[in-house]
Design a protein around this ligand. Structure first.
Ligand SMILES: NC(=O)c1ccc[n+]([C@@H]2O[C@H](COP(=O)([O-])OP(=O)(O)OC[C@H]3O[C@@H](n4cnc5c(N)ncnc54)[C@H](OP(=O)(O)O)[C@@H]3O)[C@@H](O)[C@H]2O)c1
Length: 355
């Protein structure tokens, strides 16, 4: 089968894309390739220096599209609100919202609003951003929200009663894995709500496998092994780009690399964990997120937790589930991954009410 690459992106002229964390790693390549295909790209970055430098670098490639920097700090809801206001004043449409930015295995810290840093940046920040931009998205035919998760979501557990690790104590990997699980629960719930509202927008998730980027800055072993074993960001960005533009992608799809345990390769449809497909948890996380960030997606105004109304989406997912074996990590491989990425918690059967 032919391998999908950035050359397959297709004409993006006239389209507007926001790439969070578009100044570095996978986000930078995503922004560059979309601009190379003609899109007008907003490099949404927390550092004005790094953000404008990245946008200038993209423009200097002589791309047919454009790249502009706009400040966005996902770890500060005031910044997210300011970004959304400025974006809406400048742009009439939003074709692609790429929720890419992230931090991994950081020392314990809090966002400006008191959230645990990894969940606050990776999930709450993107949840608020998407909600604040939802009107532009649903007003744009064919628009997509692509949220970048990780293979490590398979190790994630959602602790709704203690999302910030205040009771159980902080564990940097438990927190990262939970945030990447949250990215998927958010994507699938958002897609259900978009479909129920009859919106022209779809929500899709992607994961890049293992790419050598700045993400590993807080973990020495992965940083040291990266240059030898990880893919370059040019390849790591392909699942995100595929999820953003490929015509065969439908709402609720999850795209990752097709190679060894999804750590490398070319984009294909991959399976999310059973925890990520839990509609009950997705609804609970949605409610907890609305309460936490104060953004309610009112424009969707849909009945609670409906199944997707798009029959084509449902049929395609069923076909794929029959064709694709579930990813089950053998114990030996899981141990090896834990040595690289750090220990991850075993799922615990704790039932906690959040309402
Ligand atoms: N690389 C991998 O192997 C891998 C594997 C699985 C999943 N992922 C996911 O891929 C995505 C991209 O990561 P990457 O590997 O490209 O890492 P990266 O090079 O470190 O890029 C992360 C981006 O997120 C930005 N960011 C961090 N905190 C932010 C905040 N508070 N507000 C706005 N932007 C913020 C960073 O900005 P600064 O430059 O200012 O720090 C940077 O632009 C992440 O969601 C990550 O979880 C990566």
């Amino acid at each position: 089968m032919t391998k999908w690459t950035a050359k397959d992106i297709g004409d993006q002229r006239g389209r507007v894309a926001v790439v969070t964390g578009g100044n570095s790693g996978i986000g930078y390549v995503t922004a560059l390739e979309l601009a190379r295909s003609g899109a007008q790209v907003v490099v949404a970055a927390r550092s004005p220096e790094r953000g404008s430098e990245a946008a200038a670098r993209i423009r200097a490639e002589g791309v047919p599209g454009d790249a502009v920097f706009m400040k966005l700090d996902l770890a500060d809801l005031a910044s997210v609100r300011a970004f959304a206001r400025t974006f809406q004043a400048r742009f009439e449409r939003l074709d692609l919202l790429i929720n890419n930015a992230g931090v991994m295995a950081t020392p314990q810290a809090q966002t400006a609003d008191g959230f645990e840093l990894q969940l606050g940046t990776n999930h709450f920040g993107h949840f608020a951003l998407t909600g604040l931009l939802i009107e532009r998205l649903i007003a744009t035919p064919g628009s997509r929200v692509v949220t970048v998760s990780s293979m490590l979501h398979h190790q994630g557990t959602l602790n709704l009663g203690d999302l910030h690790g205040r009771v159980r104590g902080y564990d940097r990997w438990r927190s990262y894995n939970q945030s990447k699980l949250a990215n998927l629960l958010f994507t699938f719930e958002l897609n259900r709500r978009l479909a129920a509202a009859g919106a022209p927008t779809i929500a899709v998730a992607a994961h890049p496998g293992w790419s050598a980027t700045n993400l590993q800055r807080h973990h020495r072993l992965t940083r040291m092994l990266g240059p030898f074993f990880a893919m370059r960001p040019t390849q790591g960005a392909l699942p995100t780009l595929f999820a953003a533009v490929e015509a065969s992608v439908t709402g609720g799809d999850f795209i990752g690399p097709d190679g060894w345990f999804e750590s490398r390769g070319y984009p294909t449809h991959v399976e999310a964990s059973a925890a990520a497909r839990s509609q009950a948890d997705a609804t609970r996380l949605w409610r907890a997120s609305v309460a936490a960030v104060g953004v309610d997606f009112a424009a969707l105004d849909r009945p609670e937790s409906e199944e997707p109304t798009n029959d084509r989406t449902k049929r395609r997912r069923k076909d794929r589930e029959r064709a694709t074996p579930r990813l089950r990590l053998p114990e030996a491989l899981r141990t090896a991954l834990e040595q690289i990425f750090g220990p991850s918690p075993r799922p615990q059967k704790v039932r906690v009410r959040v309402d």
